[in-house]
Write a protein that binds this ligand. Structure first.
Ligand code: PHE
Length: 452
């Protein structure tokens, strides 16, 4: 007898899982750090523009593909367009998910290192400089870095292997709002520090002179990374969805939450950066150095930091689940018996592939690939090359390969003003999204340099 595929238990379950996949390190950790190294306000502006005009239409395309096929990331393309090369889109998605999780777990591991520091009382320090030093020492230490990464991966494997996401979905109902409140408290403290004006204007007032081709490709790549699009993770998640959920409503909720959390993270961090006399160009350590320093300025700071880290960890794990799930779904082919084994094997391979990234802040510091550390290379390759390529082809696939009637049907179910929404979406996915991605790519390899 054919086994029934699992489905989300409710509409809310799907939105929470998809939002859980989207909101994670991207909005909370990566956004502030790359905004900081790429000009602040101007980056924010371009990031929001790309999210709305390019990322969101592609998110909807992935939803429509996944729900209409009801299959994993590779089979979905095979089912909708048999005998073509399109399933390669799913394969590219698998590769980029593998690479992303390999460095994602490294940063997830840093959260465990900080939890350990709290318990050991190592964060009872005063100056921002000391926080900086503690961060560098922690991530340089090979045992801590790899140990943290291992714990993070084991937790991810355990949850995905048992398929206990349902429980997690329910937990996000509390954790997400709690994270939001935690950020508000942080922002209040951050904004009441002395001399925050410079930080606020750095983050919110765009200086368009700071934009260049590097900033723009980072903003584009990040808009995909933060929304979890381009690697068919959202194809996989929406394949577990029943027919009557409005896709555009779900996408809107996810996009808004994602932008809001990014804004909150920026507002918590940048005013404090300037107030504490640090540099916004700190790099990957930005959040890990600045936020503990801000908490340190509060009563019961360590308690709040602990709560924050738990919520941050939760947000990060729910994204990691989706990255592992897409691969497991492909290789276990809906057979629950195989699921556990496939999850452990894949997870361990990802862990091993991530070890060099974990070590790239310490013992492998001097090993670079085209001037980038191993960690940065993995991030760059996945976020700024594979995701945009995946996103481009997903846009072309939806816009020029799938029948318009199928898309119209998927995108108008239970949707108010469905026809108008569809018309706007169709225009964006056919013309704006592919053109924007191609132009940004050409620009990043210097094609338009003669115009400057
Ligand atoms: N969107 C996730 C985050 O921001 C990362 C991710 C990217 C997850 C791509 C799935 C697919 O943390």
């Amino acid at each position: 007898m054919k086994q029934q595929r699992e489905q989300w238990t409710s509409k809310l379950g799907f939105i929470l899982a998809a939002a859980g996949s989207a909101i994670g390190l991207g909005a909370i950790w990566k956004f502030p750090y790359i905004a900081g190294t790429n000009g602040g306000g101007a980056f924010l502006f371009v990031f929001i523009l790309f999210t709305l005009l390019v990322g969101m239409p592609i998110l909807l395309a992935e939803f429509a593909i996944g729900r209409s096929a009801q299959k994993d990331a590779i089979s979905a393309y095979k089912f909708l367009t048999p005998g073509t090369a399109w399933p390669w889109l799913g394969r590219i998605g698998i590769v980029s998910s593998f690479i992303i999780l390999s460095f994602y777990s490294v940063v997830g591991g840093w959260i465990f290192i900080y939890l350990l520091h709290i318990f050991l009382g190592n964060l009872q320090i005063e100056s921002a400089e000391q926080f900086n030093q503690l961060f560098s020492e922690s991530i340089m230490n090979p045992y801590l870095a790899v140990g943290g990464q291992l714990i993070f991966m084991i937790l991810t494997i355990w949850v995905v292997g048992r398929g206990v996401q349902k429980g997690i979905e329910r937990a996000s109902q509390i954790m997400m709002p709690a994270l939001f409140i935690c950020f508000i408290i942080l922002i209040i403290r951050s904004l009441t520090l002395p001399n925050v004006g410079e930080g606020i204007s750095f983050f919110l007032l765009p200086d368009f002179g700071a934009l260049n081709s590097k900033t723009i490709i980072y903003a584009l790549g990040h808009s995909f990374f933060a929304l979890s699009v381009g690697n068919s993770v959202m194809v996989t998640y929406s394949s577990y969805l029943e027919k009557n959920t409005s896709l555009s409503k779900s996408a809107t909720v996810i996009v808004i939450m994602n932008i809001v959390i990014s804004l909150l993270a920026g507002l918590a961090i940048f005013p404090a950066v300037f107030s504490l006399g640090m540099e916004p160009t700190e790099g990957p350590g930005l959040l890990f150095v600045v936020l503990p320093a801000v908490f340190n300025e509060m009563h019961f700071g360590m308690v709040f930091l602990f709560i924050f880290l738990i919520l941050f960890l939760f947000a990060t794990l729910t994204s990691a689940f989706s990255l592992l799930e897409i691969i497991v779904a492909v290789f276990s082919k809906d057979k629950p018996k195989r699921r556990k084994k496939v999850t452990w094997i894949t997870g361990i391979l990802i862990f091993l592939a991530g070890v060099p990234s974990a070590l790239s802040f310490g013992v492998l510091k001097d090993t670079t690939i085209i001037n980038k550390s191993i960690f940065d290379t993995a991030d760059f390759l996945a976020s700024n090359i594979l995701l945009p390529i995946g996103a481009l082809f997903i846009a072309l696939y939806a816009a020029f390969k799938l029948p318009k009637s199928l898309l119209l049907n998927e995108l108008t179910i239970n949707t108010k003003h469905g026809k108008i929404v569809f018309t706007i979406w169709y225009f964006l996915i056919r013309y704006i999204a592919p053109t924007a991605i191609i132009i940004v790519f050409l620009d990043s390899i210097g094609m338009f340099d003669w115009m400057r």
